[in-house]
Design a binder for this molecule. Sequence first.
Ligand code: T1G
Length: 653
Amino acid sequence: MSVSLSRDGDVAVILIDNPPVNAASQAVRAGVVDTLATANADPAIAAIVIACAGKTFVAGADVREFGKPPVPPFLPDVVLSIENSAKPVVAAVHGTALGGGFEIALAAHARIAIEDASFGLPEVKLGIVPGAGGTQRLPRLAGMVTAIELAASGRRISAGEAQKLGVIDRIAEGGLIAAATAFARELAGKPLRRTGDLPVRPFDEQQAAAQIAAADKKARGQISPGEAARLVRLAADLRLSEGLARERAKFLELVGSEQAAALRYVFAAERAAGKIPGLEDVAPRAIGNVGVVGAGLMGAGIAVSFADAGYSVTVVERDQPSAEAGRSRVESLYDRMVKSGRIDAAGKAERLGRMNFFADRAALSGSDLVIEAVFDDLDVKRELFSALSGIVRPDAILATNTSYLDPDAIAEVVANPQRFVGLHFFSPANVMRLVEVVRTATVSPEVLATGLSVVKRLGKLGVVSGVCEGFIGNRIFTVYRQHCDFMLEEGALPHEIDAAMEAFGFPMGPYAVNDLAGLDISWARRKRNAATRDPSERYVVIADRLCEAGRFGQKTGKGYYSYADGRKTVDPEVTALIEAVSREGGHVRRSFGPDEIVERIMTAIVEEGRKILDEGIALRASDIDLVLINGYGYPAWRGGPMYQAGLAAADAQ
Ligand code: T1G
């Protein structure tokens, strides 16, 4: 039974039970309509509670029904039957009330939740808009400007924020169902407050318009965020029925769109990424204390990620001044979060309270997992892991964050190398979702499963990669950059390539990214590898020439672009240098249009992706797309290069 009805005196409790996330499947929708009708027809019932069993309130429409012919009752009708119930309906929320789940709660006459419940309209992340009243009811409770931002971003809000906004009425102290039942009983016999009848409170037109414009700009070519924002704005101008009709029409239009299909693929790909053949029955180990060696930019970001997820964190640096510098780097990360409103001062103190900073590696002796983010040099890493082997417990997991070194060469110095794994974070580590979980030759299934489980608890996306130079992401990004440099030699200019890739949907073009990261880092690597470079391979010297001229990017005020007075501008010196290198290479320069630039790059990426699949470095093509989306800003609403080449559709079903 997906939906059951029980009675607690004069209150009916409708309980939805559709594991794993109580998605609003057809059976759930029909069950809610039937039990609601039964409760309304029962003279002994004065009020109604809608609640869910299992780990969460309804987490949305059943995404597995998308792309199939819709079967009634449709969710908007279910939601209307709740709002039009003659008896008060209280939504009792735990876990995540998302999408259609939130819309069910919004249509109830009151809402009560437990402290750690959350609410959101993530439909835009699936390339659609809320389709069961969310765009019309949320502004009637939360206010116009907030509702626009929430619908366009898909952001989740906590029960506390929801209560502050007036979206929920109470936070349950003690048992949720009991509290909801008592609340429903209080409402019995009183006039019903129907959300749809509430007016939209006066709001600042300019702020609303600015939020809508921001939604379009931030979407970088994705349609749904701006459409959701504009639907919310309509709630102030139209009657509820008209607004609902407009919302439904837009939902039906977008649900069949290419962008929605691509984003559903990405949703399925993310869930497939965590399913590793052979690990189905392997239980990950419980991890309590995490040691982080190195508190530079990367190490500090990693330490913050673990503290944010509730782990206790032991940070170790080489000496006391460095440990103090690491602590202040972490504090400044938290100060920025407090400033942005992401956490409050108490949240900062709570997280910092979970972190300790030392200058002595012996402090790691009690850690369950130790990860390092020290200088990416093999000798430095080998010395560290050899020392750690004698400090941590024999079963403590040891992880390297290396980007380019061979983890198996590090594993050689690790006692019990089956407990050694790669966890390759992307910078800034406390922001970027992607972590490549690198499967070394010796890692045990339990440690690999634990690595994936830890990454998931960090709220990040773990993708398993085999061992090769650069793993999945940097290996593909290296090829991407090579082909950009080839085009520079053949006639294109940095700003043309950047403009083409930004129009395609990347937040930044490759040359602007390089100037931001600094050209000197990869220059040092190229110089380290110069002796072993294959002379038959085409090598472009443009970047070396820029570095030789001291043009390291933003940090030196000039790189591929110049940054005089902080503005990025095309630099004729760079154009002249590129033309000189072209002449030296005997190239006849020609112009490149944006479509050819994108086509050339995508072809190269897909070609490298095929090799990565053939070599078994990636388990499935959709993993490659996830790495590019979550590590390099590839626009998710396009699905990914492998998806677009028709190589991944089947992988992530
Ligand atoms: N429908 C069907 N299955 C779902 C699902 C959904 N909405 N959400 C999750 N699952 C499955 C998932 O595939 C996996 O299955 C299992 O549940 C655990 O998921 C009209 C139209 C709820 C926060 O976008 O954000 O409502 O792989 O690994 O990490 O306006 O799932 O085990 O077989 O992610 O604990 C809007 C999407 C839909 C929410 C739980 N709702 N889901 O995270 O578990 S559109 C969403 C999530 C909509 C209305 C519109 C997360 C979660 P399997 P999981 P988790």
